[in-house]
Design a protein around this ligand. Sequence first.
Ligand SMILES: Nc1nc2c(ncn2[C@@H]2O[C@H](COP(=O)(O)OP(=O)(O)OP(=O)(O)O)[C@@H](O)[C@H]2O)c(=O)[nH]1
Ligand SMILES: [Mg+2]
Length: 327
Amino acid sequence: MNIIALIPAYNEEKTIERAVNDVKAHVDTVVVIDDGSHDQTGQYAEKAGAVVVSHPENRGVGAAVKTGMERGLELGADILVSIDADGQFDADDIPRLLAPILCDEADFVTGSRFLLENPAMPRVKRMGNTLFTWLVNVLTHSSFTDTQCGFRALSREAALRITLFGDFTYTQETFLDLVSKKMRMKEIPVRVAYDEARKSRVVKNPLAYGVSALLIIVRTMIDLYPFKIFGMLGSAIFISGAVSGSILFIRWVLTSQVSPYRSLVTLSGVLLIVGFLCIILALIADMLGRQRKIQEEILYYARVEALERKHCNHDNTELFEKRESKR
Ligand SMILES: Nc1nc2c(ncn2[C@@H]2O[C@H](COP(=O)(O)OP(=O)(O)OP(=O)(O)O)[C@@H](O)[C@H]2O)c(=O)[nH]1
Ligand SMILES: [Mg+2]
């Protein structure tokens, strides 16, 4: 088993060495993604024995994790574990995070900071986490307790299958994508520490974080369920147009007049047309959605083949057999 840790890091020179050393004891290789840091993060990570991948410019933690997953797969990872560079998580929790994947009980295991008696999370962060976890649960019909935790593990199969677009963050998108792909997911309680003096690199401004993360969620949902989303929207608009139109029509039949609701006639017409167009859009988006599924399947095999060609010393036969047996 080749276990590779991914540490996205942005200006973390103070903590990166310790983070790498703590993680090293539990994995085969540590990959640090230095995301355009202005300090010595990359140099310190290398000194501590990590493989360092650098982005010339800061691209965001989502982009960094994507780069890390690609590098991890190239290095032949069977399991990828991501953990923060600030030492907030306890690396000794890694074995518990890996266990469900090693026992073939899960493809994705996420740490939850809310299942243990951890130190109190700052209030704004707790509210944000609760809100986003609730939203992801509603959208995926799940009951996760923490969908924002950066401490998680992914099987090779899940890493080959996942498609992430968000550069700013990847946390919620991972859940939406993997649930839609029917991957087996599990939560494990993890320990976490909070340093009041530290400024979060990701959540510089809670409102800006909320808007950016929400945009990623909306775009992901449209990508994953285009027919459902445009279909529901179109139907709702069309039905309201039809209902108001019918009421006006009945009134006209009974009283031979529509006043004082004349303006509602136009509104009903507009609603009917917009609703109809939305339903057409749903059908077109559905076709694109099917294309996406085919493209993702092609991408999966392309990734597997490319990795084999790179002689990453990984035998993918097992993966293929597992996949075929699931069909
Ligand atoms: N590569 C990369 N990593 C980032 C970026 N922003 C944050 N990170 C890393 O992502 C991890 C989580 O960021 P934190 O700043 O600890 O965010 P947080 O855990 O939500 O906030 P705190 O609770 O204050 O620690 C850390 O390892 C950061 O170095 C970024 O733009 N690029
Ligand atoms: Mg942190």
